[in-house]
Ligand binder design. Structure first.
Ligand SMILES: [Zn+2]
Length: 147
């Protein structure tokens, strides 16, 4: 069979069948499984409930795990706090748009977003696909007249 590029690492490999999109490297298989699970959680309520119960049971058997994890991995805890702030902001935005839409009776508005907040600071650049490594970046201002 012809070689194809892996959807995870882009290196070419020989697939076992036409549907295989990821090579056998552990990191690529982790991505494949994460995508499968995300899709399964979104479409299978029984699976979702089973996962929720299993996680709850595991946490009862491992009390203090997350507290210990955050203490041992302060960078990841910081990243998670930043991502939660983004999720909270998105939720608030969605609620406001929903409320305004219901009030005015318009399904979708093309509103301009306010740019009153500053973008300068440290951020995590997070890949949208699965749990690949995030990269910490720093955004600084550059004077307009710089060469
Ligand atoms: Zn790969």
């Amino acid at each position: 069979m012809e070689t194809v590029p892996c959807a995870g690492c882009s290196t070419f490999f020989v697939p076992r069948n036409k549907c295989q999109m990821f090579c056998s490297k552990p990191c690529c298989q982790r991505i494949r499984r994460a995508i499968w699970q995300k899709q399964k959680l979104a479409t299978d309520p029984e699976y979702k409930e089973g996962q929720r119960l299993a996680q709850k049971k595991w946490l009862q058997n491992n009390p203090g795990y997350w507290k210990d994890y955050r203490r041992k991995n302060p960078e990841k805890a910081d990243r998670n706090r930043s991502l939660q702030k983004i999720r909270n902001m998105k939720t608030r935005c969605d609620q406001i748009v929903s409320t305004v839409s219901k009030t005015i009776g318009i399904a979708k508005m093309d509103a301009r977003k306010s740019r009153e907040y500053s973008l300068f600071g440290q951020y995590w650049l997070v890949p949208a696909v699965a749990k690949m490594d995030a990269v910490k970046i720093f955004i600084a201002s550059v004077p307009v007249n710089s060469p």
